[in-house]
Design a protein around this ligand. Structure first.
Ligand code: ATP
Length: 233
């Protein structure tokens, strides 16, 4: 298997506070993995580290055979890693379509275009000239996903995309996921909803207090193993 994303012994700090301890994980090309764990376990910090938003990790993160741990966020994005951040972080003064177009500004070639995003989430085409803030939370999440895809990444990382959304919208987004990932594009799905996480991924990692507490195939880890890894009981 060619080298894709390899993280070896990654630490992360916020000032004196250590949030990650020796994280080791990998993603194979085109693979979908899930990262689960309780509030504060370090999931977002791990996504931030890979995205070039943390200071640590210069030696610890390799992507497609090259060290990326010391790169800035824009340089990481240019290498083909896109983040759908927790809380969406859209540009509030811009329309839906302007937000999507901004996602494509790196000019990477690939299958994703405005048309394909609109095919995936037709409601966004209907709303394309509206300010992104006028959309419902679920529709804004669709814009955030679409914006990341417009970058035509090789790896997309989705941080808690179902947080705060109505179950019907979560279902809609998760039904769209197989059409998004696993066709050459790899994905890291960060999710507090364990069954959702397991249903879309090939392998799962659980974090607990900044450490990997479980790694396994999503279709074979047991409820007991997950409870132990999640809550430490
Ligand atoms: P959540 O589900 O709540 O987002 P998480 O698993 O993503 O949780 P992180 O957000 O990565 O966890 O937080 C890991 C630890 O780092 C927590 O103890 C948190 O309080 C701390 N932390 C996160 N961001 C900061 C920050 N900007 N400054 C200081 N500490 C932080």
């Amino acid at each position: 298997m060619p080298e894709f994303l390899n993280i070896l012994n990654l630490d992360a700090h916020y000032g004196d506070f250590q949030a990650l301890y020796g994280i080791t994980l990998h993603v194979d090309p085109g693979e979908v993995i899930a990262i689960i764990g309780a509030n504060g376990a370090g999931k977002s910090t791990l996504m931030r580290s890979v995205s070039g938003l943390m200071k640590d990790g210069a030696e610890a993160i390799r992507f497609q055979g090259q060290k990326i741990g010391a790169l800035r966020a824009d340089q990481v994005a240019a290498r083909g890693i896109a983040l759908v951040p927790e809380g969406r972080q859209l540009f509030p003064s811009l329309s839906v379509e302007e937000n999507l177009i901004l996602g494509g500004q790196l000019g990477r070639k690939g299958p994703w275009s405005l048309k394909r995003i609109y095919d995936l989430f037709p409601i966004l085409e209907e709303r394309r000239h509206q300010p992104s803030t006028s959309l419902s939370g679920g529709q804004q999440q669709m814009v955030a996903i679409g914006r990341a895809l417009m970058a035509n990444p090789d790896l997309v990382m989705m941080d808690e995309i179902s947080l705060g959304l109505a179950p019907v919208i979560i279902k809609q987004i998760y039904e769209a996921l197989p059409g998004i990932v696993g066709q050459g594009m790899a994905a890291i799905i960060v999710e507090q909803d364990i069954s959702k996480a397991l249903s879309v991924s090939r392998r799962v990692y659980c974090l607990q207090e900044g450490r990997v507490s479980l790694e396994g195939a999503s279709n074979s880890v047991s409820r007991e193993e997950i409870s132990r890894a999640y809550f430490g009981v």
